[in-house]
Write a protein that binds this ligand. Sequence first.
Ligand code: HEM
Length: 414
Amino acid sequence: MSTIARIQDFDDPAYDPFVSDDDAFGTCDDPYPQLARWREQADVHAFDYRVAMGLYPDVTMRDLPSFLVTGYDAVEKIFLDPQTYSNKVYARNLGISFGHSVSTMDAPEHTRFRKIFQKAFLPNTVAKWGDTLVDPVVESLMDRFTSRGKADLVQEFTHHYPFHIIYRQLALPPEDVKVFHKLAIAQTVVSYDVAHGTEASRKLGVYFKALLDERRANPGDDLVSLLAQAEVDGDVLPEEILVSFLRQLVNAGGDTTYRATSILLTGLLTNPDQLAAVREDRSLVPQAIEEALRWDGPVLIATRTPTVDVELAGVRIPAGACLSVASGSANRDPSRFVDPDRFDIFRERKHRHFSFAFGPHVCIGQHLARVEMTRALNAILDRLPNLRLDPDMPPPRVQGTMMRVPKHIHVVFD
Ligand code: HEM
């Protein structure tokens, strides 16, 4: 498909958003012991999680009283009571980068638009993408290193594959994708670097508007064409909502899946007996994925604000406060998960994890993320015999205070 839309790089093309990522999300090796200490004391705490962990405060939230929610019951209660715990607080940070996206909305507006977008990501649809989009991307990236006997699975594979899937979903011209990846990543640094976050958002917005015009005139079977024609209550979707969704998609879909897949591989490679079990019996793949998401889900914290003064777990919280809802802490709450710090794909799964959140804002892309991770893991097990950590290189180090990922996974194979 020919295109008239052109992507614009940062005014300073040397700016590297991948470095800013560390400042925005922190580099803590293991936030879980500290979270456990807080959780043992109380479910709710009157302080700012970022600051307490030694990070810059979120500049977009600085004027709000801050609270941290650590316990499973309190986290669940917040996700399931959207009338009291609103998503509108995201307008302050995600609103700058994504615009008026579904994450910044409450019902009834959220319900109205979410049902349109959700249709594009139903399990039946994404299952088809497994063959048409995911497998070709996974195969072509792996072709570059399978004959070498060693690889860095993050830098050569996981960091790229979900973004390449999105480029194909949106049918982006190949020459645009490098700048596109930079702009997508820079959107999330907004809580620490408003200037670059805003520049990325503006440039992606201009690009997506041009792309929408082009696909309206010349529809294909890509996601942009599909959404450009989608209707809400008989009208086409407002352009502002559509552009915001596309901006969010490149980030929510790319960055998170890259992180989750890297963590899944870390969990398995550092527990070779479990890796061997999955290699032997692929019916274990789904439970390995769910355990990786529970053990170290890449999105440690969600944000909400109470619409009225509330008392939660005995703590009074004023309306309008900023709540850091620690899904990552709830996922390791020993009241729900035995020996919670252990990566154990065989654990009894009686309680849900919150790595995709829960309630009306539960991740729209969760089915796609699972398909992507399944296809990626199976391909790695099929094509890299006797896969193991490279004994001559440092082992993977999952890092991050807000969002988690290892920067490298050095492996060898036969
Ligand atoms: C393993 C990968 C992923 C993880 C861990 C993840 C995590 C999350 C979480 C925690 C939320 C809720 C945020 C909140 O309300 O505070 C969310 C929402 C969302 N995710 Fe994902 N996500 C992943 C993959 C994807 C993919 C592949 C897509 C799209 C292709 C996607 C699109 C979205 C969208 C649009 C929302 C907003 C939903 C709403 O507010 O109604 N995500 N995700």
